[in-house]
Ligand binder design. Structure first.
Ligand code: PLP
Length: 465
């Protein structure tokens, strides 16, 4: 019988070639312009409009990868990547990903691959300890963690869970979500997904942290108007400036009004592996849910998002449906976790493998070492900017993000960001805070070192003359 498959021996051969390809790419990544410079449509136009009818040689695929795809790549793995937040990665993560793809298991139920579920339980429990989260959030307690695709997914699931829980109390409409004017847009999107009509945007103080008095006043006003305050998002590390909302006081106000508290620590949560930063999550023991992305700063390639709940029952109640084709002895025994009940999708990848590879390769000590290094580099850059009269820091920099502007004003700042990006040597994010243009420098790519910060500083200095 004709077979078109790649047999294991050919896979071995091609696999070695592709591992070499990736290793060469990572070794030489600084040789590419960091931001792709292709025009819209260029990659698409270079590719055939229809899929091949006949099989093609693997060499041709790799040739086209090099010739057509690579010019359209933006190099997130460059140590000169300072844009957005990083989506960093590492050798052990890539290898774990490869094993997960090779095993190709679909871990929707414990019974569809017990190790996929149990390894996930182990690593999410390990992370509770490593990040100083409440011990009751371990899967051995009433809470628990799960690996989802993204922080956005976690926010959306948290809102659906809060809504379903509130319905049991009789609240079915007029439900209100609260977020600060710095909260990530995923919360507003989640409110739409979960069917909340009202999102109250709470102002922030001069450090861009939520004004808790304004939050409390808004809750009281909404209650007086017959609305149902239901969900608040507190950020530990906002996207624009890594501002930290006062989790404890927000949670105290929220608990008194039966409001679900969700903490978004998508980026900065990784810093909590270093005990000296844990004061930023003071009050975490009072919250209902929490999210953090190892796929941003913890050397684990996208996607790998941790989502924790203080009590897993409302989550499972909101998400679980058991059709006949998913019934099995283990599920019915009640002795296992079926992670399909912890998020929207049924199917799920074996994401815990790559996180397990990373945790074992680096050890907590190795991760702490590199996180501290990134933070020190950011503090160093901040000091240089602060000491130079041409620049001004526009926000506190508690972690590894530095946000600054040119004192000349918005035009100069925007031009500097465009020149930095246009140089091909670095990638930075232009942003605005209110009416003020600013430049975000996020330092967290796996291989970013002092030499890259020196290079960035020289560029900023030269382009500002
Ligand atoms: N929350 C914060 C604070 C973020 O900075 C981001 C993305 O940068 C997100 C949520 C969304 O993350 P994800 O892409 O995992 O949905």
């Amino acid at each position: 019988m004709t077979k078109y498959h790649m047999d294991p021996e050919e896979y071995r051969l091609r696999g070695h070639e592709i591992v070499d390809w990736v290793a060469d790419y990572l070794a030489n990544v600084t040789e590419y312009p960091v931001n792709s410079t292709v025009e819209p449509g260029a990659i698409r136009d270079a590719l055939p409009a229809a899929a091949p009818e006949q099989p093609e040689p693997f060499e041709d695929v790799v040739d086209d990868l090099n010739r057509i795809i690579m010019p359209g790549i933006t190099h997130w793995q460059s140590p000169n990547w300072f844009s957005y937040f990083p989506a960093n990665s590492s050798g052990p993560a890539l290898l774990g990903e490869m094993v997960a793809a090779g095993l190709g298991v679909q871990g929707m139920l414990w019974s569809t691959s017990p190790a996929a579920t149990e390894l996930e339980m182990v690593v999410v429990d390990w992370m509770v300890e490593l990040l100083g989260l409440p011990p009751s959030w371990k899967t051995t307690g009433p809470g628990g963690g799960v690996i989802q695709m993204s922080a956005s997914d976690s926010a959306h699931v948290a809102m659906v869970t809060a809504r379903e829980q509130a319905k049991q109390r009789g609240a079915v409409d007029k439900m209100v979500v609260y977020a600060s004017d710095q909260t990530h847009s995923s919360v507003e999107k989640g409110a739409r997904v979960a069917g909340f009509e009202t999102v109250r945007i709470i102002p922030t103080d001069d450090t861009y942290a939520m004004d808790v008095a304004a939050f409390a006043a808004q809750v009281a006003a909404d209650q007086a108007d017959g609305l149902v305050p239901l969900f608040v998002a507190a950020s530990v590390g906002t996207t624009a400036t890594t501002a930290v909302d006062p989790v404890r006081t927000i949670a105290e106000v929220a608990k008194a009004a039966d409001i679900w508290v969700h903490v978004d620590a998508a980026y900065a949560g990784t810093a909590m592996i270093c005990p000296e930063f844990r004061h930023h999550q003071d009050g975490i023991d009072l919250v209902d849910s929490y999210t953090l992305n190892p796929h941003k700063w913890m050397f684990t390639n996208f996607d790998c998002n941790l989502y924790y709940v203080a009590d897993r029952q409302p989550l499972i109640d909101a998400m679980s449906i058991l059709p006949p084709y998913l019934r099995n002895e283990a599920t019915l025994s009640g002795k296992v976790i079926d992670y399909r009940d912890w998020h929207v999708p049924l199917g799920r990848r074996f994401r815990s493998l790559k996180l397990w590879f990373v945790l074992r390769h680096y050890g907590a000590e190795g991760i702490r070492h590199h996180i501290r290094e990134h933070i020190l580099l950011a503090q160093d850059l901040a000091s240089r900017l602060e000491a130079d009269e041409r620049f001004e820091l526009v926000a506190p920099h508690p972690f590894s993000l530095v946000v600054f502007r040119h004192v000349g004003g918005n035009e100069e700042t925007t031009k500097l960001a465009a020149d930095l990006n246009g140089s091909g040597k670095v990638s930075v994010s232009p942003t605005t805070l209110g009416d003020m243009a600013a430049i975000r420098i996020s330092i967290g790519q796996t291989n970013t070192d002092a030499e890259h910060i020196d290079g960035l500083w020289t560029l900023i200095d030269n382009l500002s003359r």
